[in-house]
Design a protein around this ligand. Sequence first.
Ligand code: AMP
Ligand code: ZN
Length: 454
Amino acid sequence: MAKLVGVTIEGMNMNRMVQYQYWDKETETLPREELEKFQLKLLRESVNRALRTPFYKKRLFQVGITSGDDMKSLQDLQKIPFTTKQDLRDAFPDGMLAVDRREIVRLHASSGTTGTPTTIYFTKKDLERWASYVARCIYGTGCTRDDVFQNMITYGLFTGGLGIHYGAEMVGMLVIPSGPGNTGRQFKMMKDHRTTVVHATPSFLLHLHSKLEEEGYTLSDLALRKAFAGAEPYSEDTRRRIEELWNIDVYNSYGLSEMNGPGVAFECQHKDGMHLWEDGYIAEIINPDTFEPVANGETGELVLTILCREAMPILRYRTRDLTSFYTEPCPCGRTHRRIRRITGRTDDMLIINGVNVFPSQIEEVIMGIKEVGNNYLIQVDKDGALDRLTVKTEVGPNIFMDDARPLNALKERIRHALQTTISINPKVELHEPGALPVSEGKAKRVIDTRPKDV
Ligand code: AMP
Ligand code: ZN
């Protein structure tokens, strides 16, 4: 478990001396053999916990698993069927609950789901454990209680805000829960409180920098040293660009609400791949077509099993995220394997300024408005550093395109309905019936012009 005093070890990182710090050195550097033994013990406990839920009881009984003891080795995990986002929705609200409802102290929900949200429940212990993983991540980047941390990510149901917040407090940093947006206020807080570390989406970090001069600041007004960037894919080039613009170190942060949120995998001071905490998760990488494990080091879909969550155990969750394992150990001495930057997803989920959106959600909203015609198009572009969503729809045959007032009112209704559902403010364009392109084969409804530089 987390120790409040970290350990520092000197090492070489990219030819410069670094003081590697560990939040929980014993666990973070546990020899692989012991780590795997520990995983097996926790897996058995997780299976037992899962068997208390109606969903898994049925699923596991179907394949002959009736007790955690059926996991004789880690290989036996493969006997367990995968769990998908749809399973979570179908099991809502109680199907995957392993504790009495009174034990639950918080819930979070994933952005970007249609209809029933994917809701994740936490007991008090689950929250403490989650915070300790995040603290491990943060401390592992070289932060200490001397740092001032401005959390520029959305608070609320999204796990990124509160998730990182509690981990940073556990490290002992001074935490400013600024949330995103309002660039002028962000700079003022950074200056007033001598912020040394921030957490944001990579696109917001680029956007914020573009406003520096306009808001009347220079880098020398600020004390920024580090940033944690995540929630959306970005490339090594983007990282480097943010580092150069701000003159800071940027660390990649990966997580998803089904697996708590942030704190699943994070870069250490070496900044080359994210250590995935294998005492908290069992990670597999599979071929998304055959479901077979890929060869070590090859790219495939990440599948995760959470090992310690009391309220809601989830086994073999298909994240849809594409990545690969590093095959070499990290110079920092941690034994937990590193994953590469997420290069994409196997489904059609879009990530727009860090928010997840499925095209089907947009369709559901616009098709629910009777003045909207039959064809529509979703376009995502880069607008400066930020992503811009444009929804183009045809209008129904009874709408006259030369009457501006009702058209503007309709546009506003569509915009408002979309913003309420997907938490993104889109630009809405209305077109005459038949004006949008019709494809002969499968409808191509999404145009994503953002550079694919990952
Ligand atoms: P949510 O459940 O709303 O937190 O969204 C989780 C999803 O965001 C993940 O499954 C990834 O697709 C994406 N994501 C989170 N962190 C990163 C990251 N560092 N790089 C790329 N994608 C990320
Ligand atoms: Zn490392």
